[in-house]
Design a protein around this ligand. Structure first.
Ligand SMILES: *Cc1c(COP(=O)(O)O)cnc(C)c1O
Length: 359
């Protein structure tokens, strides 16, 4: 029989031990709060069922997609599950009630739908307050009426808001003050903090925290690394060199000839492109590991391939290991070079990349 490679060398490794470790980090930071592990967007690309299992010590799960929530329930998930964007039409309410899901309610139209519905049981809700993000939520003027109506048509009510700049210069104080003013006197559980607020602002922790990106081992902050925060990358995207070539001065690589060698050099071609989820807008100079050594990408990322500079890596040859991001190279660094955030890289991982699980 002829020897053959069963798969293209690209793969993604999901490390359950890293997910558990990062959840532990969230718990240590917010020891008095319950944790909704945020698993939207297929658990930031890590696989919903896999992440839910690895995050078994979280008190609840929060996501956007009703299908995902139902899939979790069908697989036997019994923890609270929160739909963080609520529902979009009345037809969703019966499955939401039947599966015992909690929903965010952010405007009066949704309350009217809840009031009209004839449901098998009442639905727990998170009333979302707009404290400055100006995306979703009740304002100061309409919260009182909303809560009054929810008290008769919904189950347990939690008060919730979301921070616009917990990772940036404005911080959280301005929104926290508005939230406290708006909710003064209401004896209801509260949920405010995303990863950035969990890590930097203990005063926001309240009854439930909602960590997302930190669970996956990336930093929410542009100015503080995941490593410094003692988070471990849960996703490692790796591949191999599938060709190595020598360029002479004046030779260029790839579409658009955007990189031209100024002197003779070796370059590697890697089986990974934007159809795998690697960002096409990552420019020449984006960090990448070849044979465990940090080097840079060259030229334009194609659909199925990209280039790396092999200067200073004489041992690099066809079959040499490459890490696009993950262990040894934070997705945060790759994202920064590509003008985006690790969130986007993780959740854009393509389903064509085979997954292996460890930990
Ligand atoms: C995505 C999301 C989170 C998690 O945010 P991270 O920055 O990933 O921690 C928390 N709350 C809401 C409402 C979200 O949409």
């Amino acid at each position: 029989m002829v020897e053959w490679r069963p798969v293209r060398p690209i793969q993604v490794r999901i490390d359950s031990a890293a997910l558990r470790h990062n959840l532990g980090a969230a718990k240590r930071r917010a020891p008095r709060s319950r944790i909704w592990a945020v698993v939207k967007a297929n658990a930031y690309g890590h696989g919903l069922a896999r992440a839910a299992a690895a995050l078994a010590e979280a008190d609840g799960l929060a996501l956007i997609e009703l299908e995902g929530a139902i899939e979790l329930r069908r697989a036997g998930e019994r923890r609270p599950i929160l739909l963080m964007q609520g529902f979009f039409s009345p037809q969703e309410l019966e499955p939401i009630a039947a599966h015992g899901l909690a929903v965010v309610v952010h405007d009066a139209e949704q309350i009217a739908i809840l009031e009209k519905a004839r449901l098998s049981r009442k639905i727990a809700v998170c009333a979302k307050l707009n404290t400055g993000m100006n995306r979703l939520g009740f304002g100061q003027g309409d919260l009182g009426e909303a809560l009054g109506r929810l008290r008769s048509c919904a189950g347990e009510i939690t008060l919730m808001t979301h921070f616009a700049d917990a990772d940036g210069k404005r911080g959280v104080r301005w929104q926290l003050e508005r939230f406290e003013t708006m909710t003064a006197g209401a004896k209801l559980p509260r949920s405010l903090a995303n990863s950035a607020a969990i890590l930097r602002f203990p005063e926001t922790h309240a009854d439930w925290v909602r960590p997302g990106i930190m669970l996956y081992g990336c930093s929410p902050f542009p100015d503080e690394s995941a490593e410094k925060l003692e988070l471990r990358p849960a996703m490692t995207l790796s591949s191999e060199l599938i060709a190595v070539r020598k360029l002479g001065a004046g030779d260029s690589v790839g579409y658009g000839c955007t990189f031209t060698a100024s002197e003779p050099m070796r370059v590697g071609v890697i089986a990974c492109g934007y159809a795998d989820g690697y960002p096409r807008h990552a420019p020449t100079g984006t960090p990448i590991l070849v044979c465990g050594k940090r080097t840079r990408t060259l030229g334009r990322v194609a659909m199925d391939m990209l280039f790396a500079d092999l200067s200073g890596i004489p041992e690099a040859a066809v079959g040499s290991p490459v890490i696009l991001w993950g262990e040894g190279l934070s997705a945060d660094d790759v994202a920064a070079s590509a003008g985006t955030v690790s969130y986007e890289l993780l959740c854009a991982l393509s389903p064509r990349v085979p997954v292996t699980e460890v930990g």
